[in-house]
Design a protein around this ligand. Structure first.
Ligand SMILES: [Zn+2]
Length: 205
């Protein structure tokens, strides 16, 4: 086991790791352009190995889950929970990668180095926006019932017998009133299918 280290997105609290989202808004960079490109590149390169490590672990766990294939067994539940936690860091890293890439773009009039883009498995921001507008319904397994402007069904993220999960059509995302699960079409694919961010985006396009 390698010793786990702190990142901008993952800090050690009293004895627990906690995740940190990138700033919602890009900071004002006027006057601070010097060194920013280097910082962006450095941060991206710092995140990539962790990103790839998580992807490998995730793929391995998914394989294990498939091999176990004993619905309802304790191990399967445990691995799913474990894997979901790992995915959320993976997903968070994608958010930080977007953040640093956007910041790079505010200062640089050139794309990121080819090697970095390749390693990022990059998807265009416009593609991401388009992917978010795609409907979730085709990827939902189960029955959905229309209630007002939304579709309701059983939540894929927690055990329940009466529906509290709703999908908002036309790119409105999903929300569960039972467990608080919430997100976009991209989030839905990542969390239910175990896709990587670029995989999810590309699937939705
Ligand atoms: Zn739920």
């Amino acid at each position: 086991m390698t010793k786990q280290k702190e990142f901008d997105h993952r800090r050690l609290g009293k004895s627990m790791w906690y995740f940190v989202y990138p700033p919602f808004k890009l900071p004002e960079v006027k006057g601070f352009e010097d060194g920013l490109l280097e910082t962006c590149l450095g941060k991206i390169e710092e995140l990539l190995p962790r990103c790839h490590e998580l992807k490998e672990q995730r793929d391995m766990r998914v394989e294990q889950i498939k091999r176990l294939n004993k619905p309802g067994s304790l191990e399967e539940t445990w691995i799913k929970t474990w894997a979901a936690t790992e995915y959320s860091e993976y997903y968070l890293i994608q958010k930080w990668l977007v953040y640093w890439t956007k910041l790079w773009r505010t200062v640089a009039n050139k794309p990121l180095p080819k090697k970095v883009r390749k390693s990022l498995n990059w998807v265009d921001e416009q593609d991401i926006e388009r992917a978010k507008q795609s409907p979730i319904e085709p990827y939902y397994e189960g029955r959905l019932r229309r209630v007002g402007n939304k579709l309701m069904g059983l939540c894929p993220f927690h055990e329940e017998r009466t529906p509290s999960f709703c999908i908002y059509p036309e790119g409105g995302g999903y929300h569960c009133f039972g467990c608080g699960a919430h997100g976009s079409s991209i989030d839905f694919l990542i969390k239910t299918k175990g896709f990587s961010f670029p995989e999810a985006v590309r699937t939705l396009l």
